[in-house]
Design a protein around this ligand. Sequence first.
Ligand SMILES: Cc1cc2nc3c(=O)[nH]c(=O)nc-3n(C[C@H](O)[C@H](O)[C@H](O)COP(=O)(O)OP(=O)(O)OC[C@H]3O[C@@H](n4cnc5c(N)ncnc54)[C@H](O)[C@@H]3O)c2cc1C
Length: 449
Amino acid sequence: MKTDESTDADIIVIGGGAAGLMAAGRAGEVGAGVLLLEKTDGCGKKILVSGKTRCNLTNSAELKKFISMYGANGRFLHSAFHRFFRPELLSFMESHGLVTKVERGGRIFPVSDNAQDVVKVFKKYLAAGKVQVQLNTKVTSIAIQDKGIYSVKTQSGNFRCGAVIIAAGGASWPATGSTGDGCKISAMLGHSIVKLKPALVPLIVQEQKLAQAMQGVSLRNVRATAFQGEASRIDSTLTPQIDYGRGEKKVPRPPIIESRFGEMLFTHFGLGGPIILLMSLAVTEALEKGPVAILIDLKPALTKEQLHKRLQRDLDQSGKRKIANIIKEYLPAKMINPFVALTGIDTEKPAHQITAPEREKIIELFKALRFNVKSALPLEKAIVTAGGVALAEIDPRTMASKKVEGLYFCGEVMDIDADTGGYNLQAAFSTGYVAGESAAEYVTSLSGA
Ligand SMILES: Cc1cc2nc3c(=O)[nH]c(=O)nc-3n(C[C@H](O)[C@H](O)[C@H](O)COP(=O)(O)OP(=O)(O)OC[C@H]3O[C@@H](n4cnc5c(N)ncnc54)[C@H](O)[C@@H]3O)c2cc1C
């Protein structure tokens, strides 16, 4: 129910992604008249592509671990999570007919494995709260008119309201509608924007020919470690045996930036796959300070001594077999030739002719396949945008702007980003819920005043 006749709505929500849908729904649920303006021809486009179209909604991790997944800025989310966290999200989903399941790594998905079902929940929620949705409406700026009244300018006319929630997302995956407008509009209103950077993105390496030669190879159970420095200068014995990065208890000592065990892959431009994406933001930030190398331990379960024994045994037993055929037992086929070429050994050389220094070279390469990082792929290709509206200018209890009365933020437009695992969507839902509820309280207080 609209509380002021001179306006088009009590609250205008800019953006119909995870955060905006939740904010609009909650504000409508508590009685505010809400208009949601969405730039594209449909709401929830990023939800639909999330989790490989299965939508990893949230994670079963306990709160402390959960918060650590957002890095230092995770502190900001304490209040929002206190109000609306995973249990509330899951019962909200269930009350709208969406049942969920927990998978490996605590990832929570709809039982249907279908992200469309999540968007359907929000359609119901918005309808129940009588939220008006206007698609194909791009907000270009916001003007503050008389006290307490905003004019939201779009390419198809202006709309008046008592409060605005900016939920326009970051600047990655522009096809889903997020092109950085939220930050531009917030900056026009006097907010500081922390520089936008790609997070969860593949990395381009200087050794592109090498990566290209192994393109498509996916490696499991390897360790990738990012170091500050040039690849050729890093002492491979510094490679740790534990993970370092968000969500891990211990902080690495320089020159180590981050280290992860798991799955990765080679692409035509460099390195990708889960463990590389996880370290990409730390690598991007380290590149601002100087060169960054990634050393891949292809055999992390074996020490150099164990590898030495095994290789020696294989060489002794193989006599006339070519070295390339022996390496086949250690690596995927597509890696053999590029790998042996790096050792400088002729691929045709028989096992019994391999010298001690050549054997050492092979072992060293198993323990440290070296790459120099050129850059991350651009922001548009990132799963998440790091940076955004500065958190110091937002009240974490209400998501209200500390600079402009009646202005609220939620979701990725803020300087919040997390590792993969459902954390980004939970942050969008939680901050959306709080922003919607707080904005509704604010407009009610205006009408009562
Ligand atoms: C491929 C991919 C997979 C992902 N998978 C997961 C996952 O499984 N789990 C997880 O937790 N996170 C995942 N994420 C991240 C997560 O989807 C986002 O962090 C989250 O959706 C952000 O929600 P948001 O509402 O803040 O922004 P968005 O979802 O980006 O929504 C912003 C909305 O605002 C609209 N908009 C923008 N500008 C304007 C304007 N000027 N006027 C009007 N409307 C505007 C956009 O069209 C868009 O609809 C994934 C991201 C990608 C790209």
